[in-house]
Design a protein around this ligand. Structure first.
Ligand code: NAP
Length: 317
């Protein structure tokens, strides 16, 4: 499944030694990993693929379903729809009241599953409590599973066969790739074990031959693990989960978290201002992982359409 994502431009910092000045007592700040630039490159490729499909009579179609009034979800959905518009993907948006029943939502998904103009289906999470998330995800035709959240996609990742990879962890892999750091044999620590970020992240790192440790809320001493790691991925949803004393000098630090600081400004899970003086590479929040999630979503939507046309033998190829 690499072809559409190949050729991500390397970051100017491709050598860990560059993370430090000659005076080891005065480390230079980490090289920022610019998610906007890497995502822009991927989006341009996706746009070209979508245009080529359009010229052959197939406009990739993505159905986006939002249930309820969660303000953060509304922003995420708006950004995804805008990205579709700008890259030749037709989005079909359906907003439903929080009172929508599970049966109604499943019926809506059934209709989209058989709609030939819809190639990918995205249901924005979280769903209201009365709806079973697993049931909904598994109602989506696996060939239209742009988020890569289905049991089938998870099994494909687990077994190392082509399939849809969840957009956020796959985007993190592309960001690491952009640094030029070879993951083979590196110790990578993932903090967080959700089915949508932490677990697939760990499997992708394993696939890239890293030695992987997964930490979570019951891990007694996070720093014990992170201090040994050449790569740390933080996906918790809590500010300052990773502080400077927990980071090995020169490490690659990927911050997936989305939080607000005391002034209400967006921030991640990493104490960015301090960690950047220890790490070799670091993603900021915003402008780090977030833009990659959307770029990979577009890539998956275009893959769905290419599969439908018979250009790919597996949808996630
Ligand atoms: P989640 O489902 O709430 O999972 C959080 C994970 O963090 C859980 O595995 C939890 O452990 C672990 N955790 C909680 N407290 C911890 C602690 N003190 N020490 C170590 N681990 C701890 O969240 P998620 O969906 O994976 O998302 C994580 C963060 O990433 C959130 O801020 C979310 O908004 C953000 N996110 C960003 C993007 C993006 O595009 N930028 C996409 C997805 C998610 P247990 O399993 O033991 O409870």
């Amino acid at each position: 499944m690499s072809s559409i994502l190949a050729g991500v431009p390397p970051s100017p910092a491709a050598d860990p030694a560059n993370a430090f000045s000659k005076d080891r007592r005065a480390p230079a700040p980490a090289h920022p990993i610019d998610g906007i630039t890497v995502a822009k490159h991927l989006r341009a490729e996706v746009g070209e693929r979508a245009a080529a499909l359009g010229a052959r009579g197939t406009t990739p179609g993505l159905a986006v379903i939002l249930v309820g009034d969660d303000p953060a979800s509304a922003v995420y959905v708006r950004n995804k729809i805008k990205a579709c518009e700008n890259h030749g993907v037709r989005s079909v948006f359906a907003k439903h009241d929080a009172s929508l029943s599970e049966a109604e939502l499943l019926a809506r998904i059934d209709a989209l599953n058989v709609d030939p103009s819809i190639h990918g289906i995205l249901v924005q999470m979280p769903l209201p409590r009365h709806i079973d998330t697993h049931k909904v995800i598994d109602a989506i035709d696996p060939h239209k599973d742009v988020d890569g959240f289905s049991i089938r996609s998870a099994g494909e990742l687990m077994n190392g066969v082509p399939g849809f990879r969840p957009c956020t962890p796959y985007g993190c892999m592309k960001l690491i790739e952009s640094t030029g750091v070879d993951l083979r044999g590196k110790h990578a620590v993932v903090i967080g074990r959700s089915a949508t970020v932490g677990k697939p992240m760990a499997l992708l790192l394993l696939e890239a031959n890293a030695t992987v440790t997964v930490c979570h809320s019951a891990t007694p001493d996070l720093a014990l693990h992170t201090r040994q790691a050449g790569v740390v991925i933080v996906a918790v949803g809590r500010r300052n989960t990773l502080t400077a004393d927990m980071v090995k000098p020169g490490a690659v630090v990927i911050d997936v978290g989305i939080n607000r600081d005391d002034e209400g400004k967006l921030c991640g899970d990493v104490d960015f201002e301090r960690v950047r003086h220890v790490a070799g590479w670091i993603t900021p929040v915003p402008r780090g992982v977030g833009p990659m999630t959307i770029a990979l979503l577009l890539a998956n939507a275009v893959r769905c359409a290419r599969y439908r046309r018979g250009d790919l033998s597996f949808p996630g190829e």
